[in-house]
Design a binder for this molecule. Structure first.
Ligand SMILES: *[C@@H]1O[C@H](CO)[C@@H](O)[C@H](O)[C@H]1NC(C)=O
Ligand SMILES: *[C@@H]1O[C@H](CO)[C@@H](O)[C@H](O)[C@H]1NC(C)=O
Ligand SMILES: *[C@@H]1O[C@H](CO)[C@@H](O)[C@H](O)[C@H]1NC(C)=O
Length: 292
């Protein structure tokens, strides 16, 4: 009995030694790769302030709120987020809107479409000077989208005129995009990034916001990170020393790939195991003597 307990304590202790990697490999089911990183100093500092891992939920932060990330497409360099306050075909609910931070290295993909719902025809600035095309905020080509959305049960119940809907395309839908629904005098909004091949079936649209990101000015994936990730490491950038480093599965940081540190660190990993096993045997021996 005592022996068993001792074994399990030793094992737990040794297991904790082995998993000392600072940077997270994934958050929930979303794998983390450069430029994203969770853990102190992990990933690219330019991106650190915008993502966060709450338990097993990866979230995207802006000044308007915190939004669950549903997927990251590293090849297309896009992240997909949902806003729990936005409306879909299944649910219409009030929202304050959505905004991107001015300094964020993110922008909307061309597929992302915002639709303002339940806007006040009398007071909403989006309709003011409606005939005046000098500042078109609502896309007239988007009226079919409004029709489809207003045909959804959750919205059709409200019996609102279709003119209270606006497919929102302000001139600058770029960084620092601000959709303040209170100012715009609308009660809710919907966003989606794909018709999912069925434009006339709003129930199946892919609701959410797709954002693209740029790694650096030239937007090329650092060669160092490719090598680091190939060797099972997590690529990060240290702003203080303006240099990349690779956080290896053993916890060691290297300025090359983890292949080079593997053989060296294996020695260190095996040592505590051997010491542990040795101690377990001695203690088991002592325990046996005491109980005799
Ligand atoms: C590796 O780098 C991370 C991030 O900067 C740091 O938190 C960690 O302590 C470093 N690990 C070692 C073993 O130096
Ligand atoms: C249309 O825009 C022009 C220029 O911005 C402005 O002078 C004019 O008052 C506007 N007309 C209406 C009806 O809003
Ligand atoms: C908008 O302009 C068209 C043609 O310029 C005009 O016939 C129409 O009455 C205008 N509508 C409003 C609401 O001002």
């Amino acid at each position: 009995m005592k022996q068993k307990l001792f074994f399990s304590i030793t094992f737990t202790f040794l297991a904790s030694l082995a998993s000392s990697q600072t940077c997270l490999r994934s958050c929930g089911r979303i794998p983390l790769r450069y430029p994203f990183g969770i853990g102190e100093g992990c990933g690219d500092p330019q991106f650190q302030q915008f993502i966060c891992c709450n338990g097993d939920e990866l979230t995207f932060k802006t000044h308007t709120g915190s939004y669950p990330i549903t997927n990251i497409d590293y090849t297309k360099q896009e992240i997909y987020i949902t806003d729990p306050s936005m409306s879909t075909c299944a649910c219409n609910q009030p929202s304050k809107g959505f905004g991107l931070d001015r300094n964020a290295p993110f922008d909307f993909t061309e597929d992302t479409i915002f639709t303002l719902l339940e806007c006040s025809i009398d007071s909403s600035p989006i309709f003011r000077g409606g005939n005046n095309s000098s500042f078109p905020m609502c896309d007239q080509q988007g009226s079919p989208i409004c029709s489809y959305l207003y045909s959804c049960n959750a919205i059709s119940l409200l019996n609102l005129p279709i003119s209270t809907c606006c497919v929102y395309t302000p001139v600058d839908l770029g960084p620092s995009f601000e959709m303040d629904l209170q100012t715009l005098q609308c009660s809710s909004y919907s966003a989606f990034y794909s018709f999912n091949g069925q434009q006339s079936n709003p129930e199946n649209w892919k609701y959410g916001i797709a954002l693209k990101y740029k790694i650096n000015v030239y937007n090329y994936y650092p060669r160092f990170c490719k090598d680091c990730e190939k060797s099972d490491g997590i690529c990060s950038y240290a702003a203080a020393s303006s240099s990349f480093f690779c956080n290896c599965p053993t916890g060691i940081n290297t300025s090359s790939s983890c292949y080079y540190v593997q053989s060296y660190s294996n020695g260190f990993r095996v040592l505590p195991w051997l010491t542990g096993i040795f101690l377990v045997h001695i203690l088991a021996w002592i325990l046996r003597w005491v109980s005799l």
